[in-house]
Design a protein around this ligand. Structure first.
Ligand code: URA
Length: 220
């Protein structure tokens, strides 16, 4: 079951709720934190990729020949994890969509201004049919929306159409959702939860803390 508000999809499922409870709990260790994220990622990536085109093929079952639908290996799909926390989505996403190109986006948040600072932008250059290219941006937390806005803007400047961009996150805050919505009304947002607000440091509340620190066990 899912709830749709404009371009926002909040996926609802008991498996998601259970695993959200695990990742929110400050006592969950790094291993269980990552495992719970993976379980939610399977659901989110299925939703985020539900419109990718398929082609017909003919195969033989042990009994007969039959027509089937399979991935079009020439489909143009980019999975774009925002480093470093976005990498946790990437393993599951590329397992399920193995033909996708991976475009790593390196940015971190300036803790004073809460603005993103870029340090990496790696992508295979597409020469033809840019208008057909689909992009799924992967970042566990949609907080202020500043990094998300920059990442989306970067793809639009490269010629990707707004309606072909999806932003996938575990937890979103209303301010981030509104920012994407007002700047890019055609961009789809897929999340497993819409939380209440941000605190004064730009962290999502109730949230789960710093996603990167909890995934990579770098909490000080
Ligand atoms: N990034 C995080 O890792 N957590 C938040 O709550 C907000 C941004």
């Amino acid at each position: 079951m899912q709830m749709l508000i404009n371009n926002l999809t909040v996926l609802k499922h008991p498996v998601i709720s259970h695993n959200l409870a695990i990742i929110r709990n400050k006592n969950t260790d790094c291993e269980n934190f990552k495992n719970a994220i993976k379980k939610i990622t399977y659901a989110l990536i299925l939703e985020a990729s539900k419109d990718i085109p398929l082609i017909e093929a003919e195969i033989e079952t042990p009994l007969v020949k039959t027509k089937v639908k399979v991935f079009d290996k020439n489909s143009q799909l980019i999975l774009a994890p925002i480093l470093r926390a976005g990498m946790v989505f990437c393993e599951v996403a590329s397992e399920m969509l193995p033909f996708a190109n991976i475009h790593h986006i390196g940015m971190y948040r300036n803790e004073e201004t809460l603005e993103p600072v870029w340090y990496y932008d790696k992508k295979k250059e597409i020469i033809e049919n840019k208008e057909k290219e689909k992009v799924i941006i992967l970042d566990p937390m949609l907080a202020t929306g500043n990094s998300a806005k920059d990442a989306i803007d970067n793809f639009i400047k490269k010629g990707i159409k707004e309606e072909n961009i999806t932003f996938m996150c575990l937890i979103s805050a209303p301010v981030g959702v509104k920012k994407i919505n007002s700047c890019f009304p055609k961009v789809k947002i897929i999340t497993s939860c819409l939380d209440e607000a941000l605190n004064s440091k730009g962290y999502i509340v109730p949230g789960l803390g710093d996603a990167g620190d909890r995934i990579y066990n770098t909490i000080e």
